[in-house]
Design a binder for this molecule. Structure first.
Ligand code: SAH
Length: 389
């Protein structure tokens, strides 16, 4: 069976789903999946507020603009590339995927063949030997720019020019190619060092009318269409006006803060990843935005210091799946912003954090889930907290 999409029921059928484990809801009608996700958010937040209807996708396929494949060998020593089988380190050779951008899937297929024909050895985790570890692709939804990151175990890249020539002949649409060196025995995909092999070393995309640079290690939302709806809602809930000081915590490349800055007095973004902060600063300047500053720090450390002598009217926070920290949340309670907009891709940790903010004097006044990850178990959620009168 090959992969296919049932247009009427918005259901995907995937030949790899059982082994890959990425799409827990493969085979289920999309409306039913949305109902499951809605119920989950209602269970977590229904005690505080009426949960608005989840915003799903009209055509929930091929939405992932970031595609990652591990490279390895199968039992017959053929080169394969795909995802790790659930809870294991066996690679599932996903030659087709219903949620990834199709152009990226095709590029990976051809790279796999080139790796074999150039006789490059995939990296063997157990032995700590071999050359090619991962392939990472990112595509700008609006600009169509494509970045390929080839993760290698060392700097050596024999016959590099011939390899690049063969690849670019097949895929001239790849606008930039970066070699990333990851020489550590780790499950982290990317190492510290990047060597630009072609183009600018980053891509740009347009989101909510602003232009953004995205470097290899920077975070960027993987579902462009849904992210635009999510940001629009978050900024609407934040109800920002020209006198407001806004903090954009866990800001990545500055997307939310930059989009929000047009309505605000000033915006301060804080982010741990230094490469993302460099992107954010450049992004402010590309968009000719002057009222935003970005700080490279742990959001909790930053807020502890900030709370000592400064105020903010609005805090928008968008932490990773593990949620925020007591340091951050306690400082937030000291700063006492009028409104907190909490965006989360891990609603269970969001619920834990919200409990603390509610205890500290905030009231949950809106809750709106968004399906950013159709067919997978993941769901994004936006919550507005306001200070109790
Ligand atoms: N708001 C951004 C990024 C959200 S993802 C967007 O929508 O694109 C979460 C971000 O938090 C990532 O960029 C990650 O690098 C950053 N991060 C993770 N831990 C952090 C910490 N302790 N302090 C600050 N930022 C952190």
């Amino acid at each position: 069976m090959s992969n296919r999409y049932d247009e009427k029921e918005r259901r995907i059928h995937c030949a790899f789903s059982e082994k890959c484990g990425g799409c827990d809801y493969a085979g289920m009608k999309y409306d039913n999946e949305l109902a499951v996700k809605q119920k989950y958010i209602e269970e977590l937040f229904g005690e505080y507020v009426k949960v608005d209807d989840i915003v799903g996708m009209y055509r929930p396929i091929h939405y992932r603009n970031k595609v990652h494949a591990v490279v390895g060998l199968d039992d017959s020593r053929n080169v394969i590339a795909g995802t790790y089988e659930e809870n294991s380190h066996r690679i599932v050779d996903t030659s087709d995927c219903m949620i990834e951008d199709s152009q990226c899937t095709d590029i990976i297929k051809d790279i796999k063949e080139l790796i074999a024909s150039f006789k490059y050895q995939p990296y063997d985790e157990d032995a700590g030997k071999g050359m090619i570890r991962h392939i990472l692709l990112r595509k700008g939804f609006s600009t169509k720019e494509i970045m390929l990151v080839i993760v290698t175990a060392g700097v050596a890249f024999p016959s590099k020019n011939n390899f690049l020539k063969a690849l670019c002949e097949k895929h001239p649409e790849i606008t930039t190619i970066v070699q990333n060196i990851n020489d550590r025995r780790t499950s982290m995909v990317l190492g510290k060092r990047n060597i630009v092999l072609k183009g600018k070393g980053y891509i740009e995309d347009v989101l909510c009318g602003c232009r953004f640079r995205i470097s290899p290690t920077s975070f960027y939302q993987i579902n462009h269409q849904q992210t635009e709806k999510l940001y629009k809602k978050a900024i609407q809930l934040a109800d920002i006006s020209k006198n407001d000081t806004v903090i954009d915590a866990y800001c990545g490349i500055g997307t939310i803060g930059i989009v929000a800055s047009k309505k605000a007095g000033k915006v301060i973004g804080v982010e741990l990843n230094s490469e993302a902060v460099s992107d954010a600063k450049i992004n402010a300047s590309i968009n000719n935005i002057k009222n935003v500053t970005f700080v490279n720090a742990d959001a909790g450390d930053f807020l502890v210091e900030y709370a000592k002598n400064a105020k903010a009217d609005v805090v928008i926070m968008d932490p990773p799946r593990s949620g925020s920290t007591p340091e951050f949340l306690n400082s937030l309670l000291k700063i006492k912003p009028d409104r907190i907009v909490y965006i989360s891709c891990g609603p269970d940790t969001q619920a834990r954090d919200i409990k603390m903010l509610v205890k500290g004097g905030y009231k949950v006044t809106a809750c709106q889930p968004f399906d950013l990850f159709p067919h997978t178990e993941h769901v994004e959620n936006v919550i507005l907290l306001s200070r109790k009168a």
